[in-house]
Design a protein around this ligand. Sequence first.
Ligand code: UFG
Length: 349
Amino acid sequence: MAKKVLVSGGAGYIGSHVTVELINAGYEVVVADNMSNCDMTCFEGVKKIVGRDDIPFYQIDCCDYQAVDKLFTEQKIDAVIHFAAFKAVGESVAEPIKYYRNNLVSFLNILEVSQKHGGCNVLFSSSATVYGEAEKLPVTEESPRLPATSPYGNTKQMCEDILRDVVAATAGLSADGEGPVKGIALRYFNPIGAHPSALIGELPRGVPNNLVPFITQTAIGKRECLSIFGNDYPTEDGTCLRDYIDVVDLAKAHVAAVSRMLDGKMKKDYEIFNIGTGRPVSVYELVTAFEKVNGLKLNYKFAPRRPGDVVAIWADTALANDELGWKAERTVEETLASAWAWEKHLAGK
Ligand code: UFG
C-alpha cells in the first residue's frame, strides 16, 4: 500500500509543488492548511496537474492541537512535511510574538502528535538563513549557524533544534502506542519559479518581499519599477549573490528525502541537507537573464542596500547530491521563464 504523507501548508507555494511531486512519485498525500497566506488557486492547480479530485484536504491550523490530533486519528500518516509557518522576515521583526507563537506551536503540535500516534518521519522546511553572513563559501551542512538576525530566522534555528532533541528523546520509544520520531531538516536557499504547467506558483499577498515575484509583477505592470537593493557590495557587479533553486527541483528534493526516511535509508535519525544549486547568481545577473529569456525590458533602478541582507550565500550541495541522489536540474533561464508564464497565467494572458 502506498505510504501516506501529510503536507502541512500544502496549499502554499512550495507545499503545492511538493504535493504534485509526491503524488507523481506514487505517495498518498493529505494536505493541511489554514489558508492564512494563500487561497485555493494552488490546490485547485495541483488537482488539475495530477488529474485527481480526491486529495484529502483539512482546513486546519496546526496551532490547534486537537485538530492535528484528529487528523492523525483519521489518517494513518507515515511522514509529515511541515511547511505551515509564517515567512516574512520584516514582519517577523515587527511582530515577533505572532511569529514565535505560530511557527513554534504548530511544529510542537506536529511533533507531539507524531510521537503519540506511534512515531513518524518528520521533514522540516528550514532555510539557508541559519548560516547568516557565512565566513566561508559555499556553505556545507557543517558550516556554523550564526545568530539569527530576525525572529523568522530564529524560528528556523529553534525548530531545527527542537526536531533534533525530539528525535534524540524518542529514539527506540514504544510505550502506550507512542513511537520514535525521525527527522530531516532541508535548508533551502532561494526558491523561485513555478510549475511548467503554469497552474501553480507563488502568490504573494500585497507588495512582494522577494526578488522574483517583484520582477514578474513589474514586468506585467503591477509594479512600476524594481529596486535593486545595493550595487556597491564587494561582488563582481556590486549586487548580492544568491543560490536560486527552482521550486520543482526543490519539490523533488523533498520526495528524495521522504523516500530516504520511509525506505529506512537514513544514516542518522536526524539529518540535515542543503538544497540549492551550488551556483551563485547576482541580483543583476538574474534581472538580465529574466529580460533575455522572456524577450522583454524590465524597468529597474539601483537603490540603497536593504538592511539585513547578506552579501553572498550559496550552497555546497555535495551531501544532498550524494546521499539523496538528488540534483537541481532546471536552468535559471527555464526557471525564470516558468515564473513569467505563471505571472501571465495569473493575469489571464
Ligand atoms: N532584492 C532586490 N529587490 C527586491 C527584492 C530583493 O534587489 O525588490 C534582492 C535582495 O536585496 C537580495 C536578493 O534580491 O539581494 C534576494 O532577495 P529575496 O528577498 O528574494 O531573498 P533573500 O535572500 O533575502 O531571502 C530568502 C528567503 C528568506 C530567507 C533568506 C535567507 O526569502 O525566507 O533567503 O535564507 F530567510
